[in-house]
Design a protein around this ligand. Structure first.
Ligand SMILES: [Zn+2]
Length: 313
């Protein structure tokens, strides 16, 4: 379910119902604001087999075969291109060539939806290929392009898509959504919303406990130990990973998960430690965002975050 973003939901709903959808949209907004969840909601509404039966904004029934598959991420007509998930920092020509081939055929004869995370990471070569796909789409396709800021997206791409902006939610709207969708008490929902600073994605991470098994992973233990370590030891670790951005990315993911788990535990005990952990968590997410930028100075962001993170005890 989507928390907030009503105006954006209405806009897409009007486009869909009136048959005036653009073949490509750019969703821009800060990391964790909810762009990916929104894009999946659009895809579900478009692919649902019973969409005509609902009056809700961007309705999908949630029960039909298509809905079950979109929810599980297995619908053949919903393709998510996410360089981040495969450990890549840029979108390459091969990724776009694959999109191009897939765009030509729809499994069920309807529209094929492509969700491309962080289109700003596209290489110039890939961008040129993608422009061709945008200009001469073969078959019925819908492109939902995601980016933190529209300024980072090439002008040639921007001028060919419908741009929709996303903003962080008010604390009250986020709290109300969390209470309804995640069955939190109003008190807990208000606290999580405050800590998350209006970002649904941060809130979800804060309320989702890291599972036990993951905690046992070697890497996790290692990251944990590192945060009680001296500056010299941390720098030694940074040195070890100097040519290994994938390892650095893993450290970010693990550390954010540990901190989010801490916030979760502290919240249930009504502990003031939640505020400290949430602040650190936010700092890490901001650093991670800089770290993920294609031409960013990765090592500096990583080292800075590594030095500033500590969760002893
Ligand atoms: Zn359905």
């Amino acid at each position: 379910m989507i928390i907030g973003h009503y105006r954006q939901l209405q806009l897409l709903d009007i486009h869909m119902r009136s048959g005036t959808m653009s073949h490509a949209y750019l969703f821009s907004g800060a990391r964790h604001v909810g762009k990916m969840a929104f894009a999946k909601k659009v895809a579900a509404a478009l692919l649902c087999e019973k969409k005509e039966t609902g009056t809700e904004t961007l309705f999908s029934c949630g029960m039909c075969r298509a809905c079950v598959m979109t929810k599980a991420g297995t619908h053949p007509d919903m393709v998510v291109v996410d360089a981040e998930q495969t450990g890549e920092t840029t979108l390459h020509l091969e990724d776009i060539q694959q999109v191009r081939e897939q765009a030509a055929l729809s499994a069920y004869g309807g529209t094929r939806v492509f969700i491309i995370r962080d289109i700003s990471r596209i290489t110039r070569e890939a961008a040129n290929a993608f422009l061709k796909v945008l200009e001469e789409p073969r078959g019925r396709v819908l492109f939902l392009l995601l980016a933190c800021t529209a300024d980072d997206v090439l002008q040639t791409i921007r001028s060919r898509v419908w741009h929709v902006r996303f903003w962080p939610l008010s604390e009250s709207a986020l709290a109300a959504g969390l209470e309804k969708e995640h069955r939190l008490s109003s008190e807990q929902a208000a606290r999580v919303a405050r800590l998350a600073g209006g970002f649904p994605g941060v809130a979800i991470r804060l309320i989702t406990s890291v599972d036990e098994q993951k905690l046992l992973e070697k890497e996790h233990t290692h990251v944990h130990a590192l945060c009680g370590a001296s500056i010299a030891e941390r720098m030694k670790y940074a040195e070890k990973l100097r040519e290994n951005p994938e390892g650095m990315q893993k450290w970010f993911t693990e550390s954010i998960a540990i901190l989010a788990n801490r916030v979760h535990t502290a919240l249930s005990q009504n502990n003031s430690e939640a505020v400290i952990a949430a602040d650190q968590c936010k700092m890490l997410m901001e650093h991670e965002e800089q770290f993920l930028k294609p031409y960013g100075v990765k090592r500096i962001m990583f080292e800075d975050a590594l030095i500033r993170t500590g969760f002893t005890g």
